[in-house]
Ligand binder design. Structure first.
Ligand SMILES: CC(C)(COP(=O)(O)OP(=O)(O)OC[C@H]1O[C@@H](n2cnc3c(N)ncnc32)[C@H](O)[C@@H]1OP(=O)(O)O)[C@@H](O)C(=O)NCCC(=O)NCCS
Length: 158
């Protein structure tokens, strides 16, 4: 497996990969992937196997608080799961976070996304304290706006 930074030649394949992510990940618009490749490529690693895109992660370093990196989407092709693809993608972002002196990497998940929950926990993310729990997962009310409750996971960078 080879990891490379998102570029515009890969953007269409990354969009197609994200299209396979329902119900938890949805592809965004082509212009969004142009923007990620243009402005955030170092935090948007893509996993390639035999030149096929098998995984991708979209993240941004905050401008409001540059000590934080927010992961927007992580997706591994359904035929390539449980082979360490997500772990490798997160590790790339973690390396950048350390180089930049960031304090934390965080993301949100649907509380019922068990594969994601197990992945974040296995990679050292902690489930932030929430307002209520669903099946043992802490959920913060209105985290992404009214009615948009989310489970938040964060990885402290040291
Ligand atoms: C969540 C997701 C990205 C994990 O990707 P992955 O490449 O399969 O994950 P990895 O192989 O790196 O797994 C790392 C560890 O996480 C845990 N894990 C991952 N998937 C798991 C599952 N389905 N069940 C239990 N544990 C799991 C394991 O501990 C695994 O290590 P192991 O295989 O050595 O036991 C993948 O399932 C996916 O793309 N799901 C659909 C999209 C999605 O939900 N994205 C997250 C949105 S927030």
């Amino acid at each position: 497996m080879r990891i490379t930074a998102l570029n515009n030649d890969l953007a269409d394949d990354v969009l197609k990969l994200m299209d396979l992510g329902a119900p938890y990940v949805k592809a965004r618009m082509p212009s969004d992937y142009w923007l990620y490749a243009k402005l955030f490529s170092s935090t948007c690693p893509v996993a390639l196997l035999d030149n096929n895109v098998v995984g991708a992660l979209i993240a941004m370093r905050s401008q409001d608080d540059p000590t934080e990196i927010y992961i927007q989407d992580v997706m591994t092709h359904p035929g390539y799961r449980r082979r360490g693809v997500a772990a490798e993608l997160i590790s790339v972002v973690r390396t950048h976070a350390k180089q930049w002196g960031c304090r934390r990497i965080y993301l949100t998940s649907e509380p019922e996304n068990v594969a994601a929950y197990r992945t974040w926990r296995s990679l050292g993310f902690a489930n932030s304290v929430g307002d209520y729990t669903i099946k043992g997962v802490q959920v913060i009310k209105d985290f992404k706006g009214p009615g948009k409750d989310r489970a938040v996971f964060e990885l402290k960078v040291s």
